[in-house]
Design a binder for this molecule. Structure first.
Ligand SMILES: [Fe+2]
Ligand SMILES: [Fe+2]
Length: 273
């Protein structure tokens, strides 16, 4: 049940069950937010700039909620597929990280502009179209972790580079530390005997990858606003540069080493079906 709850002294209306679950989940989040001390956030910003910055952090919070959903499904699939205990345990820690990120981003958004509570609905995740369990795990690890988290870490690093607000800098550092580990989780898994890709699996990844690259490029080119970069955002002119650099210098070569013709997927992204 969604209710109006107090998070870190501000009013957030995140979807929660309440009771002991909330205490366990929020214990770690509350400690991190307390340590970050958001009281001096956005010093020097006028009300309009604060609203713009809040929008950036609300959007980031929604991304983090989607990450909670997608990672939970991946960990469940890894478990069903017989992944070793350490993989399932580390995967569950990733889900916990993402849930904590939702709380941190909501707290930052509200600290920047406390005029109204931050609302978040649990997004509806459409069923994965792939019914074969092993194939679904492979596609999810590559799309969510190897591509998604690798890009996410690079974007956070870029946002931190551009950030002049010391409080938001500390928040970005906190998120970046986790997202870098999440990206490595995917690459580590591909290096395990269980994660090793068969030639058929590598081929099955390629059309998915071309579509993913196409969609990422469209999103990165579309999301360009005018004006100053709000604190915590990636500068508009840096977004596509990060995408091209990280895909061509990191993601493509690493996937090629696992037998995926990722360079072809990147080159064919604009004609991907
Ligand atoms: Fe996250
Ligand atoms: Fe993540």
């Amino acid at each position: 049940m969604a209710g109006r709850l107090h998070a870190f002294g501000v009013k957030s209306a995140l979807l929660r069950s309440g009771g002991p679950f909330e205490r366990i989940h929020r214990g770690a989040s509350r400690r991190v937010v307390r340590e970050l001390d958001l009281s001096g956030i956005g010093a020097g910003l006028d009300p309009a700039q604060r609203r713009a910055a809040r929008e950036v952090w609300e959007a980031r919070m929604r991304d983090e909620r989607r990450a909670v959903m997608a990672m939970s499904q991946l960990v469940a699939d890894l478990s069903r597929a017989g992944a070793p205990l350490d993989v399932v345990g580390a995967g569950a820690a990733l889900v916990h990280d993402e849930a904590r990120h939702v709380e941190i981003c909501a707290a930052v958004a509200e600290a920047l502009d406390p005029s109204t509570p931050v609302y978040a609905r649990l997004p509806l995740l459409p069923p994965h179209g792939t019914t074969d369990l092993r194939r679904r795990v492979v596609l999810s690890v590559v799309s969510l972790l190897c591509v998604g988290e690798t890009l996410s870490a690079a974007l956070l690093a870029e946002a931190r580079e551009a950030c002049t607000d010391p409080v938001i800098d500390a928040v970005l550092t906190e998120l970046l530390r986790d997202e870098s580990i999440h990206a490595r989780f995917g690459w580590w898994w591909l290096d395990t005997p269980q994660g090793e890709l068969s030639p058929e699996e590598a081929s099955a990844i390629e059309p998915m990858l071309a579509r993913l690259f196409r969609d990422l490029e469209r999103t990165f080119l579309d999301d360009v606003e005018e004006g100053a970069t709000p604190p915590g955002a990636v500068p508009a002119d840096a977004r596509s540069e990060v995408l091209y650099r990280v895909v061509t210098e990191t993601i493509v070569p690493r996937l090629e080493r696992h037998g995926v013709r990722a360079r072809g997927a990147w080159e064919n992204r604009r004609i991907a079906a």
